[in-house]
Design a protein around this ligand. Sequence first.
Ligand code: IMP
Ligand code: MG
Length: 207
Amino acid sequence: MSATGGHATGGSHETGIVEISTGAHARLHDDIERILVPSSAIAARVAALAQTIGEDYAHADGRLTVVPVMTGSLLFAADLVRALPQRRLRIQLTTVSSYGGKATASRGSAIVGSLPKHLEGHHVLIVDDILDSGGTLRLLRSAFEERGAASVRACVLLRKKIDSAMSTPCEYVGFDIGDEFVVGYGLDYDDLYRNLPYVGTLRKEAR
Ligand code: IMP
Ligand code: MG
């Protein structure tokens, strides 16, 4: 039962959407035009990525630093690190701004605040939501290499099938998607829709 009086009718296996007959949840899903990556597919891919990454960093226990890029990778990174087998890994957040507010095209990447510290000799794994212009990954990769990281790799949930993204080095990719603006599972439009459990496109009326 929701506080607004609507009631859950059970989650759909494919989308992970809990259908609620009335109330705030119904409105959140109503803004979505099309589900691109359902939550079941995300969960399966995150598990597979974690298995590969866990094996690739088997030698790095105690020297692995995962750097989630805020805020878009919040959900992805939380799920990914919980599936990694490393006994001792560090998590250090960094914030990069590329879109402002309602913009849907990158205006160039800039690091907000200070960068993670004490990276000398550490294997750094950058975790981001989506690879688009490539500005974010290029900026962070060179910053961490300059700070003496033993290695720098990147993992993104999504990569757009456009030249700028496909030509940017990225070791781990969840899904390749078309060149469209997506929200959900951490990705936002004007800081909204991050809490959707799947990745989808927004209806025109919501933008
Ligand atoms: P890049 O630096 O251009 O590769 O863009 C990376 C950042 O832009 C991502 O971390 C997102 O925050 C944002 N971004 C790019 N494409 C999308 C999108 O389709 N939806 C929401 N955010 C996006
Ligand atoms: Mg981002």
